[in-house]
Design a binder for this molecule. Sequence first.
Ligand code: SAH
Length: 483
Amino acid sequence: MDYLPLFHNLKGRRIVVVGGGEIALRKVRLVQEASALITIIAKDYCPDLLEMEAKDKADGCSGLELITASYEHHHLLQYPDTVMVIAATNDRGLNRLVSECAQAANMLSNVVDDPEFSTVIFPSIVDRSPIQVAISSGGDAPVLVRLLRTRFESLLPAGMAKLGSLAGSFRERVKNKFANGADRKAFWEEVFYGPIAEQAYANNLEEAERLLADKLESTDEFKTGEVYLVGGGPGDPDLLTFKALRLMQQADIVLYDRLVSKEVLNLVRRDATRIYVGKTAGDHPVTQDNINQKLVDYALEGNRVVRLKGGDPFIFGRGGEEIETLAEHGIPFQVVPGITAASGCASYAGIPLTHREHAQSVRFIAGHLRSGKMNLNWPELVQPNQTLVFYMGLNGMETICQQLKEHGLDSTTPTALIEKGTSDRQQVFVGDLDTLPGIVRSAGAKAPTLIIVGTVVSLHYKLAWFNNSDNKLEGVINKSNEV
Ligand code: SAH
């Protein structure tokens, strides 16, 4: 190990910075965040530093002192309480001299961009104070460090800071209740890996605090369960949100639909119980009431239940009904949006749903047949400059195309059907209101499919990017039916 990472408590301790430009400014801002006393020595100062000093004075803080002078050794001797010196001028020789003086006085020394002359170096920081992650390559690979930092930034929920502070405020009480370290650890693991943490991440701090206080008071083993209604997206597991993935990996029980892809389901925690509650057209193995009741029962048993749905739970997903039942039973729940089929399929087929020259509005429509009929407000749907997206429309495709023509849409209006959108089995069939049904039937397309109607569909030829060259069948169909 070339460096030992430590976290330095700088509150009220003196840092001397040599240099008054932009580089110094960055370091000053950082150590100021850590509440250090700062003395800066420089011949000139950039406006931001002058402003910081003025603000500091106006606030009556006197935590920032600017000395206008060329650096000399006696400056450091004047401040024997200094814990660290930062050399941040653009003169390499001067920086090194400052570092030598600091080291001679047994002070920590940092030379910006010159690890060789530093005794300490600044890491890259992911700050969710009190939770902090410091990353360093010892100066060898700063770009790699930056990439890693981006990863950590996206991995750590923004609410981690709040959770950390909440835990801090309960630390003593938890210590007093559990004398045994193992019990304490088990307690905190349950807190950080369940509804209390989720409430803090969701910014429901009062609720998180109440649950934590209850948990600490409770003498029995009773745990509060929670239900997460999670959108699993249209198929490609890369389209899951961070939150969806986190909750899927914490679940005790997962109830999932037919539309949830195998790849998405594979990301559920390995030892979670998986329960299929899907419906296939005309065949309802588990009724909606039954699903609603199951969610309530499992949560009341204290489980973390994920109700995993294809796409977005609030778009043709009956998500509203499921959480209504939960709300009636007072069970805590959260809803995690997912990428709905329209967004996923349109993007992966290279069909923008709106476009300045084609469509200024888009409508999502349930296109299923009920007793062989489709009761839709057709005159509204045939308005110009509008894209129509039909969910559940495969069986009723002929009716959809026919009705749109009868109500005034041109029969040559570009129309696409996307089968298994965003998956590696995605197929895109393009034609118009006259030709598409025949193309789709002869190709034997199978659900799930999505129908897009409107001139935006013509952009597919230019903009298709996904799975494009591999899809021979699509290529042939597209060529012979260009619109
Ligand atoms: N809640 C879901 C929609 C459920 S309704 C969402 O937001 O996407 C089911 C319909 O969604 C299917 O009949 C189909 O029209 C559409 N659908 C879902 N996933 C799809 C996919 N990968 N490709 C094409 N259509 C899809």
